[in-house]
Design a binder for this molecule. Structure first.
Ligand code: HEC
Length: 139
């Protein structure tokens, strides 16, 4: 009886460990970019979890031509907010985006996440570059 329980434990525990490892490697870590958490906290409610936007109200960020062309302006747009008509991927939008306060670390992680995982530019940012962009934006 005891050995049966022991045998079951010896099979179940390593199996659970292997499954957990596979899950963390192939599913969890794929979404584990620190910038993704900043995105989910501050942006996803409007721009959508995958950056798809909302109908004609909020423009998309996923492969957005405007964000890609002016990617270095993002820290400023985020800190100051935006309120002007704009065309993104051929559609026009004109609703305000309110300012969002952010630390330089959060902003750097967000920029790198958006660059590689959503807008798809080939840039990567160091925090001192992002700090400069944020400073240039102060009124
Ligand atoms: C309250 C809803 C809301 C939130 C939250 C929000 N946005 Fe926006 N965003 C908008 C709207 C609306 C526009 C269009 C603004 C305009 O027409 O002036 C916009 C425009 C943009 C644009 C330029 C257009 C494009 O799609 O390329 C970028 C880039 C952007 N937002 C990034 C962000 C990021 C990054 C965050 C998180 C830090 C964020 N936004 C949070 C609503 C929001």
């Amino acid at each position: 009886m005891k050995s049966k329980i022991l045998r079951t434990v010896l099979i179940v525990v390593p199996l659970a460990c292997v499954l957990f490892f596979l899950y963390m490697t192939f599913f969890h870590s794929a979404y584990d970019h620190p910038g993704r958490y900043v995105y989910l906290d501050h942006c996803a409610s409007c721009h959508g979890e995958q950056g798809e936007g909302i109908l004609q109200l909020v423009p998309p960020l996923a492969d957005a031509d405007l964000a890609r062309a002016q990617f270095d302006s993002l820290p400023c747009w985020i800190l100051r907010g935006m309120s002007r008509p704009m065309t993104v991927n051929g559609k026009t939008y004109d609703q305000p985006m309110y300012p969002t306060a952010m630390t330089d670390i959060e902003m750097t992680n967000l920029m790198n996440y958006l660059a590689s995982g959503m807008v798809h530019t080939d840039r990567q940012y160091k925090s001192d570059e992002v700090v400069k962009m944020m400073q240039q934006c102060q009124p």
